[in-house]
Design a protein around this ligand. Sequence first.
Ligand SMILES: Cc1ncc(COP(=O)(O)O)c(C=O)c1O
Length: 424
Amino acid sequence: MQTHKSKIIAAVKEHGTPSYIYDGEKLVSNYQRLVNALPDCVDVFYALKVNPNVSLVKLLRSKGACTEVCSITEMEIALKAGSTPQDIVYLGPCKKDYELKRAISLGVFAIVIESETELKRVSRFANEAGVVVDVAIRINPDFSAKGSPWKMGGRPTQFGIDEKHAIANFGTYLNVPNINIKGIHVYNGTNILDAQSVYENSKYILGLYEQISQKYNTTFSMVDVGGGMGIPYFPNQEELDIVEFKNLMTPLFSDFHKKYPDTRIIMESGRFIIGTAGYFAVGVNNIKINHGKTFVVTDGGTNCHSASAGSGRVVKRNFPMENISATDNLEEFEYQVAGPLCSPDDIIGRNIKLKEVKEGDILVINASGAYGSTSSPGLFHSHGFPVEALVYDDQVHLIRHKDTSDDIISRQVVVDFKKEPVLN
Ligand SMILES: Cc1ncc(COP(=O)(O)O)c(C=O)c1O
């Protein structure tokens, strides 16, 4: 049985740094922990925005995960990973015409509609294609999920249709030509660590379903309550209590299912499933003292893992980091861990205590599986995105090549000027 440390060491040995390394067994067990905490009537949809690597999605798919996608590329990745269209929901505030047309031709389980104009557009495309399209209406509720650092609903956002307006106008949605309204979708927040808060949020959304059902004297074939289950990053945070979660969610969903047995209940999750299964490894390139502080300069920083540098957060706090090259007997010192960018903000560890760091050591940021490369400025300094490896079943699998200079340069176009610029 390999430990997470031996898995990281094996992957770094083969693929170097900076690198994202995933623990396949942990990924599967996180997914199963969530599935086991929910009754059978709930389907878990893995959100590709969190980490879209095709091999990771394939592994999750092999255990039964469905997929939630927000772009044509995520849609193609989900298919390549083995998802059937009927196990895909497609959403997002800016769906392009060609993306909608692809989703329509595939026949995904539901296109989640974010506005009334989008509903009209989908209706027009469906009419042109001579089909009826399954959609869900995304509602931005008058309810906000407690404990979520980023709120997508319950306040003015670009997502969904306002609750009161949607309820008042649902009857008109039901009559839009070439459209089959399958149900409703709400996604309110992310990284919620309090089971009670996820429960209250889900309960509110099931209540919305009932309200609309009763008002329009109909039932629907889906309700997507989103999710937002989180993971701890900082010392004062505690894991989501999965037993409490199970005890709250089981009766809630089971009772709903008894009442509406033909309604597919969907929960979306990304961070909870993959966050703690991913590690970001960097190599120490240089150590220096500057104005009294010790800087450890590494080969990967904000450009690869901007979340760990605290981007988007007012208060910057350190992700859990360790020096995996250090032996147990070494003393701890305080460091500023920097990445390779010419930006003073490129700090992935501030005043952080680590076992004595030496040049060539490997530092690892834990809890890095979610929103790593996907939310980082990978082209800063043209470094490109790093290599990714999956350690599963005692094997190291390369799952993403690192970007090379050629990869980056070949996307650029050299203009053939009529009059060549004069070189001085
Ligand atoms: C619509 C939607 N679904 C799923 C997710 C994934 O959320 P999480 O990483 O909290 O599981 C998000 C995150 O922003 C989202 O906006």
